[in-house]
Design a protein around this ligand. Structure first.
Ligand code: ACO
Length: 326
């Protein structure tokens, strides 16, 4: 055992746009049904931003709540990382806009683009800043308006996504270098750029000069998701030095209830230890893990000191997992 600086989650917050869109709402203008969507995905409703509601607004609102939970003020923040695929603008970074909106002092602020794996990537990067003493109080945010990227005539994708934001405050804490420490204990991150065509947006500043729409080969993505996520879960647990049986709560990226169950089955994880918000939130990309975490804390399931494992896969393909003790 030796003294070590860990990055500890000291507060969690979330924010959902007020507008609720049910499956029946969608079936009024897309050839789909509540029964099909629930059976294939578990999704019952999603939130959707309205005109004038930007990803930075969602991010700032979630960050505000995370700061309150941590007992910190905007003046304490020296690092902001926003994981998003749906930035307010091509530049500046949404993190810079969030810094201004919250009234945080000059510090480090940047975005991470790893699509649905964005929060896991951002948490891993934030962990490096904090554990190396380069940040004292960090905001790690996942914020998305995925409904802005939908082709509303493509029923294979437009029913799957929703909007929202979640945030955590990350601060240094003294540890002993054991799995009993609070903080980030193990990380596994991956990207396989050869699988780009399975899930992408068909526009961008240097190609089309447009924002583009989301395109996906659903079946292929599904297959890769279960295999890749399972691999990352095992790798992150090994990096942390814990067994999956020791994990109190699995907090997956909320893409599809069948993916959550597929991963749990493959790894022999009891579904009762998996936090699921798919039904209410749909797939909110980088926001889904902190949203699920906030819900688990709010309803009393997730408690301080418990061992959490977060995992995700998204466009890139990117995937990864983080083990942390709350
Ligand atoms: N409503 C009704 N019918 C539909 C809909 C819909 N919304 N979407 C597709 N269908 C139809 C198809 O047209 C097809 O009809 P056909 O047989 O007459 O051609 C039929 O349903 C079956 O389509 P499949 O694509 O084979 O359906 P599948 O069982 O694979 O389910 C789904 C599709 C839900 C997209 C699934 O593949 C999936 O969940 N994939 C993972 C995708 C995902 O979660 N991506 C998110 C980003 S990555 C991530 O976050 C992990």
């Amino acid at each position: 055992m030796s003294a070590i600086i860990r990055s500890v989650v000291t507060g969690v917050g979330d924010y959902l746009p007020a507008r609720v869109v049910t499956n029946d709402d969608l079936s009024r203008f897309v050839d789909t049904s509540d029964a099909w969507i629930v059976e294939r995905t578990g999704i019952r409703q999603r939130r959707q931003v309205v005109e004038g509601e930007a990803v930075s607004d969602l991010a700032a609102a979630a960050a505000d709540r995370a700061l309150a939970a941590a007992g910190r003020r905007p003046a304490d923040i020296d690092l902001i990382i926003v994981a998003t695929t749906t930035a307010d603008l091509t530049f500046p970074a949404t993190a810079a806009i969030v810094q201004r909106k919250l009234g945080c002092p000059v510090g480090v602020a940047f975005d991470i683009q790893a699509v649905c794996s964005g929060f896991v990537y951002a948490l891993a990067v934030g962990d490096n800043f904090v554990a190396r003493g380069q940040a004292k109080c960090a905001l790690i945010i996942g914020s998305e308006a995925m409904t802005r990227l939908m082709d509303w005539s493509d029923r294979g994708t437009c029913v799957l996504f929703g909007d929202g934001a979640g945030a955590v405050v990350l601060e240094p804490g003294q540890g002993n270098g054991t799995v009993a420490d609070r903080g980030v204990l193990g990380v596994a991150l991956r990207c396989d750029g050869t699988k780009q065509d399975l899930l992408y947006v068909d526009g961008g500043p240097s190609t089309t000069g447009t924002v583009g729409k989301l395109r996906m080969h659903g079946k292929e993505v599904f297959r890769h998701a279960v295999v890749n996520i399972s691999e990352a879960v095992v790798a992150a647990a090994a990096a942390a030095g814990v067994s999956l049986a020791e994990v109190d709560w699995f907090i997956p990226h909320q893409a599809n209830q069948r993916i959550l169950e597929g991963v749990a089955k493959r790894l022999g994880i009891d579904g009762a230890r998996v936090i699921s918000t798919v039904a209410e939130h749909a797939n909110t990309s980088a926001a889904s893990i902190p949203l699920a975490m906030a819900q688990g804390i709010a309803d009393g399931r997730i408690k301080p000191g418990q061992l959490l494992l977060m995992e995700a896969m998204g466009g890139g393909l990117t995937w990864g997992a983080v083990v942390l003790r709350l």
